[in-house]
Design a protein around this ligand. Structure first.
Ligand code: ADP
Length: 669
């Protein structure tokens, strides 16, 4: 029997493992099983080149728990190790600069383990003692038994082992008794080992029979050794991709919309399948669904920094041995391979979408509503993706027709270009609430888009900015500007000004009189402002509009930091009084004119009226006569008009609505 100290150059490895590698201790199982799988794969390779002789026999890796002995064992029938190899691979651990590194990555067990190739030693995170029993595949070699109790001292001796391969026996520390529970261990195996290329057996299969669970003879195999992404696309049917999706996400009941099979050999290795889920209006619930594997070993489902943010909305798997996993997350972004991988995936996704659009536009349109959010997110966050997606990104109008931006511009160019040469695209966010406004726009022969998505406001601003850039590049062919304007943001005649708009003949004083008459009945003086427009005679007498810029700023602030100033502002509306409407003209005719004395405006030396400067000498308390207009006896009509405006915009609810209803009944009496 040999005794010795583990060859750690600078410092003892065990305190390091115990002290720092605490948070991620469950990965010990992944590490040991990865080693077992590697040893098995090596044997298969050696056999295929004739270096390992004979029938390889049973190659399953088995995980067993002995509750009495408090051990967890990982057994394989792989290449095994000779005493020499144990000495070389297990005892001599180059561990220079350990402390420095460990301090830097204290809470990143993964990084430490990866960095030092300490897979095997992670077993000490949860064990008081670890034993190795190994029989090499090489003929005429003795089996070896290695044992170490978590201090640098180990023992090594010859032993007898009937079968080729390695058993790693962990004497689980009391604190980690959960690793002696079947459910915990099975959970971990399913998390990390679900798609390993060698069968992993844990206990026996169970079945419900006559109301109780019975054990079958058959072993319980944890993994699918040929997951879809490792197979050739030509060998897979649509059904296989769907089944694999459900294998990946057993709790996901929606079917994916479509998939992309990734397969790259050069200049890096990458395989995987990405699925497009139906993306509803809540971006966050879709995040962190892509699973990252390294040679079929599960690594993480947090793929930020590895793929662009908008791609984290997709589901599926990426498997690449070329993603450095033993570095800090923030470093990943600057890694060259990661950059290449990320831009490759972006390109593939854009290609696939473009191809779908080209090959079957109708089908693409039918999927649009479900992928729109993803595509807009991509266009907003990645210039390159924008450049490619602009040719298949769609706009949908209220009749449910789809257009690319260019197609749509061509459609409405003749009717919706204003007198200054600006192209105005009209939209609604809620077709019901804006019904009256939409009707007025349609009556003018205009088309209205539906922009009810979570990112539509941002997407519209982006299209406007891009159009501005394009028009400054090419003044001849582009319209002066492209603007999206919500149909209810102003009188339609103002949104798309054709010739000089109609004017009314009322004086400012008269309008002031009408304004004062309305104001006491407004729901809220901070939110509603009275204004006058000579709109069409058949438009509503009074209606609400909401400034496009302010409303958009407010909506955009919901997603953007640093814009909370806008977010905190109350919604503001104009109560527009339509001076072309007979009812309003009638109100104007009912104004009573009177003269009031008002203090004269203060005069200064610069006043150019010689008359005034003379009189200022004679009398210090000067007054002038001012004409004012008042409206009385019309309270019920004013209230009714305001309520009609609120009602037409879907803003009349609760008590005011009830009052409106009973007032309307009274009016009929
Ligand atoms: P890594 O796997 O990163 O090289 P480990 O500490 O996990 O680091 O293992 C060190 C070495 O010990 C492996 O490279 C392999 O040669 C050997 N080894 C570990 N486990 C086994 C096993 N189950 N069968 C055969 N060899 C093994």
């Amino acid at each position: 029997m040999t005794k010795g100290n583990i060859g750690v150059t600078s410092n003892n490895i065990f305190p390091v493992i115990k002290k720092f590698l605490y948070s991620d201790h469950e990965i010990f199982l992944r590490e040991l099983i990865s080693n077992a799988v590697d040893a098995t794969q090596k044997l298969k390779t050696l056999s295929s080149v004739g270096e390992a002789k004979g029938d390889l026999g049973d190659l399953r890796v088995r995980v067993t728990i002995d509750k009495k002995k408090k051990t967890l064992t990982v057994s394989d029938h792989g290449v095994g190790m000779t005493a020499d190899e144990v000495d070389r691979y297990i005892n001599q651990i180059a561990f220079s600069g350990a402390e420095e590194f460990v301090n830097k990555y204290k809470d990143k067990a993964e990084a430490i383990i990866g960095h030092f190739g300490l897979g095997f030693y992670s077993a000490f995170m949860v064990s008081d003692k670890v034993e190795i029993f190994s029989q090499s595949y090489l003929p005429d070699t003795k089996a070896v038994h290695w044992s170490c109790s978590g201090d640098p001292e180990f023992t090594m001796e010859d032993t007898l082992k009937a079968e080729r391969g390695t058993d790693i026996v962990l004497h689980i520390n009391e604190e980690f008794a959960q690793y002696l529970e079947d459910a915990t261990v099975e959970g971990l195996l399913r998390k990390y080992c679900k798609f390993l290329p060698v069968e992993i057996a844990f206990g026996k299969k169970k079945e419900w029979k006559d109301g109780k669970e019975v054990e079958l003879d058959e072993e319980n195999i944890i993994n699918d050794i040929n997951p879809a992404w490792t197979r050739k696309p030509a060998d897979l049917k649509e059904e296989d991709y769907k089944n694999f999706y459900h294998e990946l996400y057993p709790n996901q009941f929606d079917e994916p919309l479509f998939h992309i099979h990734l397969n790259v050999d050069y200049p890096f290795h990458l395989t995987g399948i990405l699925y497009f889920p139906k993306i509803k209006n809540n971006l966050d619930i879709h995040r962190n669904k892509i699973q990252l594997y390294c040679n079929q070993v599960f690594v993480t489902d947090e793929v930020e920094n590895i793929v662009p943010e908008y791609l984290t909305l997709l589901h599926g798997v990426i498997d690449s041995p070329d993603i450095p996993l033993n570095v800090s997350r923030s470093y990943l972004q600057s890694d060259n391979n990661v950059k290449k991988i990320s831009s490759h995936i972006t390109k593939k996704v854009a290609d696939k979408l473009a191809e779908m659009y080209r090959n079957d536009r109708e089908d693409f349109c039918s999927k649009w509503d479900d992928i729109k959010l993803f595509i807009q997110f991509g266009m907003l966050s990645d210039e390159k993706f924008y450049d490619r997606a602009i040719s298949f990104a769609l706009l949908k109008n209220l009749s449910g027709e789809y257009f690319t931006l260019d197609e749509y511009k061509a459609k409405v160019k003749d009717s919706q270009t204003d007198k200054d040469g600006n192209l105005v695209l009209l939209y609604a966010q809620n077709a019901d609430a804006s019904y009256t406004y939409i009707e007025r726009a349609k009556a003018k022969g205009y088309d209205v888009l539906l922009m009810d998505g979570e990112l539509d406001v941002h997407a519209m601003s982006q299209l406007e900015q891009k159009a501005e850039l394009a028009s400054s590049d090419n003044k001849e062919t582009s319209p002066k500007s492209l603007r999206f304007v919500r149909v209810d943001s102003d009188v339609i005649e103002n949104i798309i000004r054709k010739e000089d708009t109609a004017k009314d003949s009322y004086s400012d004083e008269q309008k002031e009189g009408v304004r004062k008459a309305f104001e006491p009945f407004l729901p809220n003086a901070q939110q509603y402002f009275v204004s006058f427009e000579a709109a069409a005679a058949d438009a509503l007498p009074v209606f609400l509009t909401q400034n496009e810029f302010m409303r958009r700023m407010k909506e955009m602030s919901a997603h953007q930091q640093g814009m909370s100033f806008y977010g905190q502002m109350p919604d503001q509306y104009n109560l527009v009084i339509n001076t072309s409407h007979p009812l309003i003209q009638d109100l104007f005719s009912k104004l009573t004119e009177s003269q009031v004395e008002e203090p004269a405006p203060a005069k200064d030396a610069a006043s150019d009226s010689s008359e005034a400067s003379e009189s200022s000498n004679s009398s210090p308390k000067e007054t002038v006569l001012k004409t004012i207009y008042t409206l009385s006896g019309e309270e019920e009509r004013l209230k009714q008009l305001i309520d009609i405006a609120l009602l037409a915009s879907g803003k009349l609810t609760g008590e005011p609505l009830a009052k409106f209803v009973s007032r309307s009944v009274d009016l009929l009496a």
